[in-house]
Design a protein around this ligand. Structure first.
Ligand code: NAD
Length: 259
């Protein structure tokens, strides 16, 4: 299927590896020009070169922390016309809420709620004026099924989801959609980091935990960044103009509810 977005411009945040990279790759595969960001310059430049070589699109790498005003300003300056915005940033650390300070909460809210809202604010009116826009927020399956040790993530991402539920109904008449992509377990460094945290706590090895988690999933495996990117590209396509305010859970069937 032709996604109909060839020649569009996308800003994909936190995309040197993992789910953001999967989205960047899939969009580039549809002929979308990219601005990609990440904190580490070297890994980001390597990913940009990899995408350019594989897909032949324009890829601008903007190193920086997207959760800071400077990081966002640099990313937006490199992408004056954002047609597609993929919001992403590292997730907050796991822990016990009794140990979290106000500063810990503000940091999590900044990264996983307020940064996406700031980027939407900076780009949505241009999209509305041009009558095309696709915004995808990478959140987490925790929005539907909270993860006990990831309370900071549960809280911040649900806040973003609530905000978007309202805004997305106002923008869709202008062909600007806003949706959430909710990853369950995907095989990335982030997932591995969670296993390391729990392995220490439970006195098990990372491999034991990873194996048990994969086997406990109805799909009997983790998701791949290619699968994640393909779903993102579809939500960003011309065909998805009637889908807004939705939260697509990609978790291999882990969430047990009917809806
Ligand atoms: P990852 O660690 O594989 O990759 C994270 C990417 O984000 C890297 O490119 C890193 O450089 C970049 N990054 C992190 N913080 C940044 C910042 N402040 N500014 C700019 N770039 C930044 O992680 P991932 O698994 O791809 O996770 C992406 C998001 O999805 C995270 O918020 C994570 O919590 C969430 N998530 C992941 C899973 C999973 O199973 N992988 C499940 C649920 C939620």
């Amino acid at each position: 299927m032709d996604m109909g977005i060839k020649g569009r411009n996308a800003l994909v945040c936190a995309a040197s590896k993992g789910l953001g990279k999967g989205c960047a790759m899939a969009l580039a595969g549809e002929g979308v020009n990219l601005v990609i960001t990440a904190r580490g310059k070297e890994a980001l430049e390597a990913t940009a070169a990899e995408i350019r070589k594989a897909m032949g699109v324009r890829v601008i790498a903007v190193p920086g922390d997207i959760t800071t005003p400077e990081g966002r300003a640099a990313a937006l300056a490199a992408c004056p016309q954002v047609d597609i915005l993929v919001n992403n940033a590292g997730g907050p650390p796991p822990g016990d809420f009794r140990n979290w300070s106000r500063e810990d909460w503000v940091k999590a809210l900044d990264a996983n709620m307020l940064t996406p809202i700031e980027l939407i604010k900076a780009t949505v009116d241009g999209m509305i004026a041009r009558r095309f826009g696709r915004i995808v927020n990478i959140t987490s399956g925790a929005v539907k099924l909270p993860i006990p040790e990831l309370g900071l993530s549960n809280g911040a991402r649900t806040g973003l989801t609530g905000f978007v539920a309202g805004l997305s109904r106002q923008t869709v008449q202008h062909n600007v959609t806003i949706n959430g992509l909710l990853p369950g377990p995907f095989d990335t460094d982030r997932l591995r980091g969670n296993f390391i945290f729990n392995a220490q706590k439970l006195g098990k090895t990372v491999e034991e935990l990873a194996k048990a988690r994969a086997e406990g999933n109805p799909a009997k495996r983790f998701g791949t960044i290619e699968e994640f990117g393909a779903a993102c590209a579809f939500l960003c396509s011309v065909h998805a103009g009637y889908i807004t305010g939705q939260n697509l859970l990609m978790d291999g069937g882990h969430y047990p509810g009917t809806l």
